[in-house]
Design a protein around this ligand. Structure first.
Ligand code: GLC
Length: 419
């Protein structure tokens, strides 16, 4: 029988399209931003050169303003909606017009730190450094216009947690009238009961059409969006990426970039405290348009532990990993919430990438036991249910797409920590 490592590597190879990796065949036939950066961390275990290339390909499609798009449509494929014709971003190689969690700075530092080929790592990290820094600068310039230290997402797809309960209330402000008729493709590849609803899709598309009507001028979109949400998980990823990029810049002798990113991280860390909810024992999203915290105990507020947070907060987060009493941590939403749905995408299921980042953050914060519990349970889940896109936290049932790239990459990372 093939070992977990062998299966994981086989999946990464199978989904490799030469210079980028698709998340899975059929459902997601292009390159996704945060998928690729996390995928590189898996690839480095058997092919360092290929790992660097994964991130380099993504950054070859960075916009002149600094934004790195959430999808790069390398080749036409009818199996996915909305495709390049709907986005109409007018790029040399078509891309979407929104972004995704900026995990690149973190991935870059990890690749660099652990690379066996030091000379190549130095050259390739150096070439990527300024590009990642430009992305970070873009975030604070366009998504934090009031200079609070925290950035907003303007579309749920940017969070990477597409249909989280976090977005339900702010979504009420997004209209559905006037959108062009469309046919979804995702529900042809996966069970519709495990995917976002039609009402949500209408709003996803309304936002895309609205941004398109503003010619994808990223300097204007934040203020023009009826959806502006400050997500603690997203901000934690950005803050961690800034801190990691600062360390990397220092190691590579770029003092100015190091200082700039250090200051983004420090300001973000301080501002993060405004999202803490003592009652929930976690961080919450803030609806920037309404100026209020969103009462929704999602995993976004636990993922906050990925950046440096006060020790007392990390302890509360560690204690809540199993709070839901689910068989497998970490549920993407609290089962105590009546809106929880253990099979529907980001409204309950477990996702290995999120487990990986929470475990990493908790270990750094001194919560080793909770981190080890997440790693061990993640591997148990794979042994029981295979390499799916996401899983029911109660039953462990594999859900969504199969032979999934970033799940395989995370397995290689978890196995390395165990070994
Ligand atoms: C889904 C996920 C998103 C991911 C993409 C590709 O849209 O919600 O986070 O990047 O699939 O795997």
């Amino acid at each position: 029988m093939a070992s977990l490592t062998e299966v994981a590597i086989a999946i990464l190879r199978e989904n490799d399209r030469g210079t980028y990796t698709v998340p899975t065949k059929g459902l997601y036939p292009f390159q996704w931003n945060w998928d690729s950066c996390l995928t590189a961390l898996g690839q480095r275990h058997f092919d360092e050169d290929r790992a660097w290339l994964e991130i380099e390909t993504l950054f070859a499609h960075q916009w002149p303003c600094g934004m790195v798009p959430h999808i790069v449509f390398h080749q036409p494929d009818d199996g996915y909606f909305p495709g390049p014709d709907i986005w109409a971003t007018n790029r040399p190689v078509p891309t979407s017009g929104i972004t995704q969690p900026p995990v690149a700075g973190f991935a870059l530092k990890r690749l660099y730190d652990l690379a066996k080929d030091r000379q190549t790592a130095t050259a390739r990290a150096r070439a990527l450094l300024a590009k990642v820094a430009a992305w970070h600068r873009w975030f604070y310039a366009t998504r934090d216009p009031a200079g609070e230290g925290l950035v907003a997402i303007i579309h749920p797809w940017e969070a990477g947690r597409d249909n989280s309960i976090d977005w339900d209330t702010p979504f009420e402000r997004v209209p559905t009238e006037g959108i062009a008729p469309y046919t979804r493709r995702d529900t042809q590849h996966a069970d519709p009961a495990h995917r976002p609803t039609k009402a949500q899709y209408d709003r996803y598309l309304w936002l895309v059409e609205h941004f398109r009507s503003l010619n994808w001028d990223t300097a204007k979109l934040h203020d023009a969006s009826p959806f502006q949400v400050v997500d603690p998980g997203f901000n934690a990823i950005l803050i961690r990426a800034c801190a990691d990029l600062a360390d990397l810049a220092e190691a590579l002798g770029d003092a100015a970039l190091a200082a700039e990113n250090r200051s983004f991280a420090a300001k973000g860390q301080a501002a993060m405290e405004s999202l803490w909810s003592e009652r929930d024992g976690q961080y919450l999203c803030r609806d920037r348009v309404a100026g209020a915290l969103i009462e929704s105990a999602s995993v976004g507020g636990l993922l906050a532990a990925f950046c440096a947070i006060p020790a007392s907060r990390a302890a509360r987060i560690a204690a809540s990993i199993d709070r839901h009493g689910t068989r497998f941590p970490v549920a993407s939403h609290s089962p105590q919430d009546p809106r929880y749905d253990g099979k529907r995408y980001w409204r309950g299921p477990v996702w290995l990438v999120v487990n990986y980042m929470i475990a990493d953050g908790l270990a750094r914060a001194g919560q080793e036991d909770a981190a080890a519990r997440i790693s061990a349970a993640s591997l148990d889940l794979i042994r029981e249910s295979g390499f799916a896109e996401y899983y029911d936290p109660q039953t462990g049932e594999p859900l969504g797409g199969g032979r999934f790239t970033w799940t395989a990459a995370m397995v290689l990372e978890f196995l390395r920590q165990e070994g």
